[in-house]
Design a protein around this ligand. Sequence first.
Ligand SMILES: [Zn+2]
Length: 313
Amino acid sequence: MNVVDFHCDVLCKLLMDEQLTFRAGKLESLDVTYERLKAAGTVLQTFAIYIPQLLNGRLEPILESVDRFHQLILTCEDMKWVKTVQDLDFCLNNGKIGALLSLEGVDGLQGQMSMLRIMQQLGIRAAGLTWNHANWAADGAMEPRGGGLTAKGRTFVEECNQLEILIDVSHLSERAFWDVAELSARPFLASHSNARAICDHPRNLTNAQIKEIIAKQGLVGITFVPWFVSQAEVVGVDDLLRHIEHICELGGENHIMLGSDFDGIDRYIKGLTHPGELVSLQDALLKRYSSTQTEHFMSGNALRFLKNSLPNA
Ligand SMILES: [Zn+2]
């Protein structure tokens, strides 16, 4: 079965440690490797550019991350850079693994829309305005004051709409989420967030937020971060299925995708520690859902969405 994963942080590890390669190595310090994506049947992996707090706020580490993407990821023979609908079709028709670039937190663009336009030229196709904290664009989900978008943040959303860059609301404060919902003319996505009704965490989405994403024809990427899945000591694949079931109950069957957060986490769901183990999620889904529904969750919903929202060549 085809797999789409809309969020991983392997680029951050590749940025911070020059010894690492994207190929499976002896150290196995990466969750996402080329070999594991092949084993998983991945047709599209989104690579987030996330800059650790220590380096955050400057453009240079963002550009270095783009360089790592070209030097280490796109040099693997079956990886193919996806910037357009046509690139995605090529991957699907030729057994390639599509690689999509996203930006997680726009701090380093320093409020300059020219830098956002350059990001679009560099192939960025999705952008989350913040990580967990506040920046020039918006407040993040863990920012106690809970503000929304700034004036520049509003301009940013409008510019993203123009540039056909998808807005990722996963890390936004609730108020900023609703500002985006009101302002964005295009569907938006939460690349790696679960349902708050199942696991009460500020990084998860309320029922109202999930319904809004569905109404706007967007997507929710179910994430494997254990503490966003369950407050239990040991978290299993069945706990993840409760989030999928809940979003289905809200009418979201066609709006669910995966956003693993592999390489962004140091604890895992039991039996779901890297892309090579995604088959265990697929098997669990097939016990409860039809093969068509399972295929939609694993890849189909995300692919349909991207065919409607990526730029045309
Ligand atoms: Zn994140």
